[in-house]
Design a binder for this molecule. Structure first.
Ligand code: 5AD
Ligand code: SF4
Length: 434
């Protein structure tokens, strides 16, 4: 049977897609590149904002038509599956099975039932060993960096966020398992890993997250370790110390701020004030200048006033984030913020978002310009030049590099090469081989 998995959303979901793909491959199924070629399509969904959910339903609509033309099994997994469970069958009756985010290993069984003709098969149970998924099963996409789960779930309770519902409470993988997986990946040629969790820095799999980073960094042959995502209140001095001083930890920190107003942060139940957030960044000390900072921001949270928004603009300026991801608040089912009065006109919200993003583009450009003329190591992320003639690469601080290698020149996929930065834009750095 030919299958295709379509994944939306975060790296955690990407990696779940790799695990699910591995499970089906182990059953003798064959992965294909498009839904058109597939006999089984699995939608690995995201529900962090309404827009993500719309995309899923629009794809489900397309698949309904396809299903009228030919035999096709359609399954839904990921956050929307966990959130909606059996209600998904009502809204999309052509869905054959629903698989929750904490029951990944049940996939072969669900597929077997659906193939046997059983309608509306579902498992959205919370299996306590879901996070202990055997490392060898994942069928990784052809990327230079390997994703490695260290924790699943989130024990925070931000009032806007659906994640604690869709991913459950925190579960941590024992550090020995993590180390064994990373060693195996390095043996297979990977030089870079990204440790994943909804909240990696609350890691408690037998050591602290700072310790885990140190231990992983001792794996011979590994060059860069990344991690995502972190909660500011779990960003400890020890972690800052490791990030600042261990040369194998890529110099990049994604620390979601969400808002620059203490009043809004309180209503979001983020558990910190702006002063505390800035204090945590201060843990990086003099190393701060060398470590690229990235953040997430929500504008138009219920009750956000002009002053609240101006406070966000001020903090963004003060910190001068290298990059930020910003979104208009999206009400999510079952979250606490639904009870807050949300009477801000949509036009005001989008105007605020546009202003914030314009300012961020200036800050990113200024940050990128500082690189021009410098020689830095970057990892080659494509097997050949793109249609525009340059290769894609990535620096340790997560800058996107467009590398002009010259015609006919072959570059080693997944390896580090030294380049000279010759051009800066808000979205990438142009580079030449040294
Ligand atoms: N509306 C808008 N943005 C959200 N995020 C999470 N939930 C919502 C929501 N309901 C954003 C946060 C988070 C990022 C992954 O998505 O900024 O850090
Ligand atoms: Fe959601 Fe992150 Fe808050 Fe957890 S810490 S509830 S994942 S925003």
């Amino acid at each position: 049977m030919k299958f295709h998995i379509e994944t939306w959303g975060c790296q955690m979901n990407d990696h779940d897609g790799e695990k699910l793909s591995g499970l089906l491959s182990a059953e003798g199924f064959e992965a294909v590149d498009s839904a058109e070629e597939a006999e089984l399509v699995l939608l690995n969904t995201c529900s962090i904002r309404e827009k993500a959910v719309h995309k899923v339903y629009s794809e489900l609509g397309r698949l309904r038509e396809e299903k009228q033309r030919r035999p096709l099994l359609v399954g839904v997994t990921g956050c929307l599956a966990q959130q909606e469970q059996a209600a998904l069958f009502k809204r999309a009756p052509h869905v054959d099975f629903v698989l929750g985010t904490m029951a990944l290993k049940q996939l072969p069984w669900l597929v077997a039932e659906a193939r046997a003709g059983k309608a509306r098969v579902m498992d959205a149970g919370e299996y306590p060993d879901n996070h202990l998924f055997p490392a060898s099963v994942a069928r990784r996409r052809d990327t230079a960096k390997a994703l490695v789960t260290i924790t699943e779930g989130c024990d925070h309770a931000c009032t806007y966020c659906i994640v604690p519902t869709t991913r459950g409470a925190e579960r941590h993988r024992p550090f020995q398992d993590v180390l064994a997986e990373v060693r195996g990946l390095v043996e297979r040629g990977y030089r870079e890993v990204e440790l994943l969790g909804q909240n990696v820095n609350s890691y408690a799999g037998g050591c602290t997250f700072a310790d885990l980073l140190d231990r992983v960094s001792e794996v011979d042959g590994l060059e860069w370790i990344r991690f995502t995502t972190s909660h500011p209140m779990n960003f400890t001095r020890d972690l800052a110390q490791v990030l600042a001083t261990n040369p194998k930890i890529a110099p990049f920190l994604h620390l979601p701020l969400q808002s620059g107003s203490d009043r809004v942060l309180r209503r979001m139940r983020r558990e910190y004030t702006i002063a505390e957030y800035l204090e945590r960044l201060g843990y990086l000390g003099d190393h701060r200048a060398r470590i690229a900072l990235s953040t997430d921001l929500i504008v138009g949270f219920p009750g956000e006033t002009d002053e609240d928004f101006e406070a966000t603009m001020r903090v963004v300026d003060e910190v001068a984030f290298d990059t930020s991801f910003s979104f208009v608040y999206s009400p999510r089912p079952g979250t606490a913020s639904l009870r807050l009065k949300d009477d801000l006109p949509p036009a005001v919200k989008s105007e605020r978002l546009a202003r914030l993003q314009r300012r961020q583009a200036e800050l990113t450009l200024a940050s990128n310009r500082r690189f021009v003329g410098r020689e830095i190591p970057v990892r080659i992320e494509t097997h050949g030049p793109t249609e525009h003639g340059w290769w894609l690469a990535r620096s340790g601080d997560w800058k996107t590099i467009h590398l002009a290698a010259g015609p006919g020149r072959e570059l080693p996929f997944g390896e580090l090469v030294t380049v000279r930065i010759v051009q800066a834009s808000p979205h990438f750095l142009g580079a030449e081989l040294v």
